[in-house]
Design a protein around this ligand. Structure first.
Ligand code: ATP
Length: 240
């Protein structure tokens, strides 16, 4: 069995009175694609941000690549790639400039030319990020997440707002890196892509992990024999 590259143990995180994450324990295996699903405000982004070391939990422990996040966050950040939800931060620079800027942050770097070629970014290098279509903006931010040749890639709603073709194309890109054995952790609101692309799906409801299993297994456990991932979502993730 593959070893764990992430171990969350009883993570709690509140913002004022809001308990965004309420005691989540979760292990992610090397090379797996783990999808995190749940309603708006369920705590997906906060959980991802804690795994990435961008937020500190109030309590609980976070181990990434056998290192404790509280003592080795700088070392961990060199070895992970992060694609956050769409942000205006890099809108005002060109694609090439963004790639060069990100490259300067890291000790270990992947060949930028190879990333550009794999993601088909060549025609867009001298364009401002803000002028690209959503699909190409997301490819750019995927390229930025890959620049340090990370062992773990985090994608926060990578396909939200993209048309079906752009979603398929982005997944084709993500799958190229999956084939290299990278561990990929993403959140999504699209049940079809969770079912098709994820090895396991973690379902979060009101800050708690209510289930985590293979999509096929989650569907088999439904009472409805013709069930889909949408039915899984309705059964586990929605307030009734
Ligand atoms: N910086 C913050 N300050 C205060 N409250 C926050 C902050 N970030 C998140 N929250 C709250 O914490 C809860 C969990 O938010 P989070 O963004 O983790 O959920 P999510 O599942 O990613 O939602 P979405 O699907 O809408 O992105 C929500 O109630 C949200 O309003």
């Amino acid at each position: 069995m593959n070893k764990s590259v992430i171990e969350l143990t009883n993570i709690v995180k509140s913002y004022g009175n809001v308990k965004a994450v309420d005691g989540i324990s979760l292990q992610v295996k090397k090379g797996e694609v783990l999808g995190i699903i749940g309603a708006n405000g369920a705590g997906k982004s906060t959980t991802l941000e804690i795994m990435m070391g961008l937020r500190k939990p109030d309590s609980g422990s976070v181990k990434v690549l056998d290192m404790d996040m509280t003592v080795a966050s700088d070392e961990i950040k060199q070895k992970i790639g992060i694609q956050l939800q769409q942000t205006a931060l890099y809108d005002r620079i060109k694609v090439k400039e963004a790639l060069e800027l990100f490259s300067s942050y890291y000790v270990k770097k992947r060949d930028i030319k190879e990333i550009i070629q794999t993601l088909g970014l060549e025609p867009y290098l001298n364009k401002y990020v803000k002028n690209l279509s959503g699909g190409w903006q997301q490819r750019t931010s995927l390229a930025l997440a890959l620049i340090n040749d990370p062992e773990i890639i985090f994608l926060d709603e990578p396909t939200t707002g993209l048309d079906p073709q752009a979603r398929l194309e982005l997944w084709a890109c993500i799958n190229k890196y999956r084939a290299e054995g990278k561990t990929i952790i993403l959140s999504t609101h699209y049940m079809d892509e969770a079912q098709r692309h994820c090895d396991r799906i973690a379902i979060i409801k009101k800050g708690k992990l209510v289930s985590c299993d293979k999509p096929k297994r989650l569907i088999e456990l439904l009472k409805n024999r013709d069930g889909t991932m949408e039915d899984v979502y309705l059964q586990y993730a929605v307030e009734r």
